[in-house]
Design a protein around this ligand. Sequence first.
Ligand code: ATP
Ligand code: MG
Length: 436
Amino acid sequence: MRYSKYFIPTLKENPGEAQVVSHRLMLRAGMISQLSAGIYNWLPLGLKVLQKVSEIVRDELNKASAIEILMPTLQPVELWQESGRYDAYGAEMLRIKDRNNREYAYGPTAEEVVTDIFRKNIRSYKDMPKNLYNIQWKFRDETRPRFGLMRGREFLMKDAYSFDVDYEAAKKSYYRMFTAYLNIFERMGLKTIPMQADTGPIGGNLSHEFIVLAETGESQVYCHKDFLKTDAPQGVDFDSDLLPIYEKWTSLYAATDEVCKEEDIKKEDIITARGIEVGQVFYLGKKYSEKLKAEVLNDKGQPVTVEMGCYGIGVSRVVPAIIEASHDEHGIIWPESVAPFKAVVINLNQGVSETDKVSEEIYQKLLNAKVDVLYDDRNERAGVKFKDNDLIGIPYQIIVGKKGLENGGVVEFKTRKTGEKETLSVEEALNKIIGK
Ligand code: ATP
Ligand code: MG
């Protein structure tokens, strides 16, 4: 992509309305712009990151045997009346009427719709377990939308729903999603902590919130220090017994203030921190299946009400969460897996035939090698280019200048994360990117 023909409207000044660093940097890097309270445009750079995050979520869920569908944003309210949540959900649900005066909700979540799909299509234990998910925009009319996409009103969520014939099977579905979540966040370069969450009237202990540690987070976390040293179980066979993985992770301590005070824990092993909830896994039991009569025949030919679980990830919240966890005073530092581009070629002397020629050549070679690369070919001063490129946080910069080309045909290779700069031949610089 040629920067001069692309659309990255960076800002020099800090936008006054942004209180947290991720919101500030997303606006300054030209990733998003606000359309209305809690409602944002995703500009090209932001959209690329959002798509990469979605793709990791999709890939890991597919590995865990979840099946992608797409449910509409508008839901007939009759389903909400059936589940008993029409009144209970309250003012957070945006209600809309069509020309025939039929009422719809802009979906804040989709338990009702997915249960309706299930009950109309699945009749036998032989077709189970099933886990259906979608990545779709949600709307919640939050009282205080804030911190940009962190707490928006319209936001992108991955919501998965498991259906099982009995509790034992439902637990297995829960462990499967729990394990998939560990891998999803690890692949995005995030350290998350699964924190035991309140299950309310459903009871039991099968609910966890996945928390990214960040000073600006809205959740208070107490967790065992070993969490920070534990790696996600990548490459796991999802058909195998996942209980040991679940037990390993839940044997470490993570809880809220209240729980922590109640229980006898060694204070010196505990980290007190703030965090951002990026996902939640929740065993639902028969809460929705009973109300909506989602039944199947079991192996004895008897009808049973199915057991459900729901599993959310705030896909659009993950983007600012990554920035909260990975930035410096110059801007964003993208982990490679979610970076909008893997590398940028910065031409310091645009219009000088030799630097133009070499920059163009590097750019073409990277394109040919299928590297997602940006070419900063703008007619701008070097200082502006350095600032913008540090701000937008692409992991590797190949900097091409007249001086280097005259002094032995070398370029600079900068790693954004460490700030380390190496002087390399064009070939060596290319190998660093293509070889990775
Ligand atoms: P919160 O406690 O932050 O309001 P929640 O517990 O109500 O979130 P869930 O119903 O568990 O949210 O939704 C699943 C995920 O969707 C959350 O873990 C979070 O990452 C994300 N999410 C929820 N509300 C918002 C929002 N207003 N803006 C952005 N992401 C959100
Ligand atoms: Mg939650």
